[in-house]
Write a protein that binds this ligand. Structure first.
Ligand SMILES: Nc1ncnc2c1ncn2[C@@H]1O[C@H](COP(=O)(O)OP(=O)(O)OP(=O)(O)O)[C@@H](O)[C@H]1O
Length: 313
């Protein structure tokens, strides 16, 4: 069978968590539409509580959707619950590992759970790829936190799924492990696995993903190829602290997006593709301002939301 065009396809997906105790009901997903092409590294980017985990947990069969449809690898999750789920490997945020098993035993158990025949299992290969070969017979309780996390990735791969979903793979992970994980994710992608990852970090999505969807308050506010999305955010702010306090933006800087801040800083926002900081500083000096200090500010996720939501409004 040829690969489907879309690894994941959801239509008008909604989730309302029922009220519980003092917590009112919560609409976590408000009609998500997404088509994630087969073969992509797709980033789902959004702040805490945006609904990313809810989306993934619905696909993983851990949360029941309120309405809408979802297909994984062309299979409807309601009509083909088992087959559709066999097409994904999900690495959750939590580390869940039985301390009394060894990594080798744990992966063998998972493979058995998915019905992978013994001859087709890749237990040692997967452990090796994740740098855990020498720990294959250690008890899980003897592993470091980073090793346990890698083991979670290994667990999600035992059935060789065409789609790998990583929910916040680098939360609380040190730089070295982050590199190792990313390298491995890239390698899996090169071998044909479709990758979906959720993150709070724009830089992380920017470095890894070919397409980024931004989710905020349970809605997709943007979904674009990464370069296109970033070009919309192609601005920085240069803040200059003059030696002599200014009372207004100098007339010489008219035509620039310059504002005087309460702390006395002169904030100039510019497009990085059009102007360099050197050229800006030249203009500032020509305007007769001597600089005592300066800093630059890049847009963060909050700015991304503001710019995207205001454009679509
Ligand atoms: N089991 C639950 N019962 C009630 N509300 C929930 C439940 N799980 C999540 N929520 C709420 O639904 C909203 C979306 O949560 P979700 O975990 O999907 O967000 P997220 O984008 O994954 O956030 P994070 O990045 O912090 O993991 C939040 O307001 C959260 O408090």
């Amino acid at each position: 069978m040829p690969d489907p065009t879309y690894a994941i396809e959801v239509r008008d997906l909604r989730k309302t968590y029922a009220a519980a105790g003092k917590m009112p009901e919560k609409q976590a997903l408000n009609g998500i539409n997404l088509a994630i092409p087969t073969g992509s590294i797709f980033g789902l980017l959004g702040p805490n509580g945006a609904g990313k985990s809810t989306f993934i947990n619905i696909l993983a069969g851990l949360v029941k959707k309120t309405s809408g449809t979802a297909r994984i690898w062309g299979l409807d999750i309601d009509q083909s619950p088992r087959q559709s789920r066999a097409a994904i490997g999900v690495v959750n945020q939590e580390v869940v590992a039985d301390p009394f098993f060894t990594p080798f035993e744990m992966l063998e158990l998972m493979a058995g759970f998915y019905g992978v025949p013994k001859a087709e299992r890749r237990t040692v290969e997967i452990l090796t790829a994740l740098g855990l070969a020498d720990k294959k017979d250690a008890y899980v309780r003897q592993l470091s936190g980073g090793m346990k996390r890698r083991l979670m990735v290994a667990k999600a791969l035992v059935h060789n799924p065409p789609v790998l979903i990583l929910d916040e793979p680098t939360a609380g992970v040190d730089v070295e492990l982050r590199r190792l994980l990313w390298d491995y994710v890239r390698e899996l992608h090169a071998q044909g696995t479709t990758i979906i990852l959720t993150t709070h970090y724009l830089e992380e999505a920017e470095e890894l993903c070919d397409t980024i969807a931004i989710v905020n308050h349970g809605e997709i506010v943007a979904c674009e190829p990464t370069p296109q999305l970033l070009s919309r955010l192609d601005y920085k702010t240069l803040v200059i602290y003059p030696k002599e306090p200014l009372t207004a933006v100098p007339a010489d800087l008219a035509g620039m997006d310059a504002k005087l801040r309460q702390d006395g800083g002169l904030a100039i926002t510019f497009r990085t593709s059009e102007t360099g900081i050197g050229r800006l500083l030249e203009r500032v000096r020509t305007a007769g301002i001597s600089i005592s200090d300066l800093s630059t500010e890049a847009p963060d996720l909050e700015d991304v939301f503001i710019s995207l939501t205001s454009e679509t409004a």
